[in-house]
Structures are given as C-alpha cells and as structure tokens.
Design a protein around this ligand. Structure first.
Ligand code: ATP
Length: 327
C-alpha cells in the first residue's frame, strides 16, 4: 500500500467494504490518491468501481473500513466536503422537462461554492458550455438532448465549482471522438490547475493516456495497482522476430514459441526484463551469425494486463524471463 504524508492525501480508503443487503460488492479496498493526482479505477462490469466511487463521494456509508476525502469523512461530513467535490455520475439525475439554462440555474441555486467567487460561476459555466458545444442548446429541454450532450452538460456542472476533487464515472461513454476530445480538454485543464481527478472508465487507452496511477478492480477487490508503467510491467513484454527455416534456435529459452510461416520461422518470447533480454538476444544472434528479420519488441498493453487480471489468473510472482538461458 502507498504511504504518503497525511497532508498530501486527497482520497483514502482503508479496508473499505460495501454491501447491498447480503451481497458484498466491495470486499476490502485500500486506496491512496495524492492531492493533484489523476487516478483511474478500472475493472470488469460489476467489479465494484461505481460502488467504491459513490462511497468516496459520500452517497453511501461504508459497511466497514474507513474513507477520507480531503480532510473528512465524505458521508458523515457531507455538508462540509460535498461542495469541494465535482461529481459526474454514470447517469445524471437531471429533471427532463427543464431546459439547459433552467438546469444550470437550478444547479446554481442548489450548490454552494467554497472555491473562488460564487459570482464567477455563471461565467465559468458559460465558458464550459461553449467549450463543450452546448452554448446553442440553452433553450433545449434536457429530455431533447442526445445522450452525449447530457454527459457534457453533466461535466459542465461537475466542474463549475472549480472542485478540489473531480469524480468522473465513465465520463466519455457514448461520446463521439470529438466530444471525447473536448471532454478530456476540460478535465486535463482542471487537472493541470491542481484538481485531483478520480476516474472510472472502460476505455483503457484513455486511462493509459491521462492517468498517473491506476488500479484494476475485479470481483470487489483491487487486483493490481500502481503507476501506469508498474501496471503495464505486471505482464511480460513481447519480443518477436523471424529467421529462415532450418536456423537452429538452440540457446534460446525453451519457452520461446515458434510459429512456422510460409518461408520463415516466427519466434515469440515473453520478457520481464526487456532491455536485458534484448541485449542477450542480439548477442546470441551475433554469436551465431543469425539475422533477425522483422524484429519487434513491445511492452504489454493495458488490454492484456486487464484481460489477465479479469480472468483471475494473474501470476506476477512467477515472471517468465524469456532469454535467461540464451547464450
Ligand atoms: N443498488 C444495488 N443493489 C444491489 N446490488 C447492486 C446495487 N448496485 C450495484 N450492485 C451490484 O454490486 C456489484 C458492483 O456494482 P458496481 O456498479 O459498483 O460495479 P462497476 O464496477 O461500477 O460495474 P460497471 O462497469 O458495469 O458499471 C454488481 O454485482 C452489482 O450488480
């Protein structure tokens, strides 16, 4: 578990458990997110991400364990903590018959602004509506907005208070590529300005691109967590190359897999020490005067790590060092 000084921590959960009746959806989660960090919580459907996030947001109490957001308990001290948070739920609870302007006005009346002048909020909102291409929808009823437009309106309101912590539950689901880009432009600008971002998403490439640290949840627990590089390193990297048929592969790790292609043998190796293993491979090729054709080396993708974790068969304690027996 990560340990940071208390005053650097924006969000923490210790032994967090959340139950719906007899069903325990979250079964002992530990998380620490630092001030200003961009953190992504990933996981399979039903893993417990939304439940965890909603508990951190103060929507529900923990069944067991402790949760702190900023400097308090988000459920017990909701009145003090909530105004400092920006929250974009998976489904926004807008009143369908209100127009965009009426929705914004209602939100302005109902929410308080601890950060920055309250009088600045209409300007902040107007700018965000412009950035997220909703400015021309001010008179449109919420029920007539497309799904993507509703998501963007929700983001406008979640960010309007210049929150210290921004919770985003699958913010880009259903958005077209341009809307996604605009969404990330808004979120990244807030992050650059110092906001802590807590994201859940099924778009793994977005998590890899924007998050500094991440955790992968499966079946109510955190299966894997760390910096993006650490999480990617949980799966071996891949090295592959081709050699003509008949070239002896003795000296290579027996775990190398060889695929016969029309005019080549395609060799694939898994590596937990990519640089060392590449050195060894090149030394082996040079020593044996072998030309490695179509040589490729790449770290595991988050997709591969994710699939391994969610299949429940991750075994990072037994790394395969592909070239350790190489000459
Ligand atoms: N209100 C509820 N009552 C009973 N069970 C619930 C309730 N909400 C969620 N669950 C169950 O808790 C588990 C975790 O759900 P949760 O929504 O937290 O998962 P998730 O990781 O966010 O999934 P997804 O990626 O599909 O949104 C699931 O098995 C879900 O069916």
């Amino acid at each position: 578990m990560d340990t940071f000084p208390d005053d650097e921590i924006a969000i923490s959960a210790r032994g967090l458990r959340c139950a719906y009746g007899n069903f325990e959806a979250v079964r002992g989660v530990d998380l620490t997110i630092r001030n200003g960090e961009f953190f992504a919580l990933l996981g399979t459907n039903g893993a417990g991400k939304t439940t965890t996030m909603e508990t951190l947001e103060g929507h529900r109490p923990a069944s067991a364990g402790t949760v702190r957001v900023l400097d308090g308990d988000p459920y017990a001290q909701k009145a003090a903590i909530r105004p400092r948070l920006g929250i974009m739920l998976q489904e926004a609870g807008f009143a369908d018959d209100l127009t965009v302007t009426e929705t914004v006005d209602l939100w302005l009346r109902q929410s308080s602004s601890p950060r920055g002048a309250a009088s600045a909020r209409p300007t902040v909102i107007a700018e965000a509506l412009e950035t997220l291409e909703l400015a021309d929808k001010s008179g449109t009823r919420v029920k007539q907005l497309s799904g993507g437009q509703r998501r963007r309106l929700d983001l406008v309101l979640a960010t309007a208070n210049q929150p210290e912590v921004l919770f985003l539950d699958e913010p880009t689901t259903g958005l077209d590529p341009e809307s996604r880009e605009r969404t990330w432009a808004v979120v990244n600008a807030m992050h650059r300005a110092g906001t802590t971002v807590f994201l859940t998403t099924h778009y793994l490439e977005e998590a890899t691109q924007y998050a500094q640290r991440m955790a992968i949840m499966h079946d109510g627990v955190i299966a894997l967590s760390g910096s993006v590089a650490e999480v990617l390193a949980a799966e071996p990297a891949a090295i592959s190359f081709s050699v003509p048929p008949g070239v002896s592969l003795s000296g290579l790790n027996p775990q190398a897999t060889v695929r016969q292609e029309a005019a080549w043998q395609r060799v694939e190796l898994r590596s937990n020490r990519l640089q060392d293993d590449l050195h060894a491979l090149l030394a082996w090729a040079a020593a044996n005067s072998i030309s490695l054709e179509r040589l490729k080396a790449s770290e595991a993708s988050l997709d591969e790590v994710f699939r391994r974790v969610s299949s429940g068969s991750r075994d990072s304690k037994s790394p395969v060092s592909a070239m350790e027996d190489a000459a």
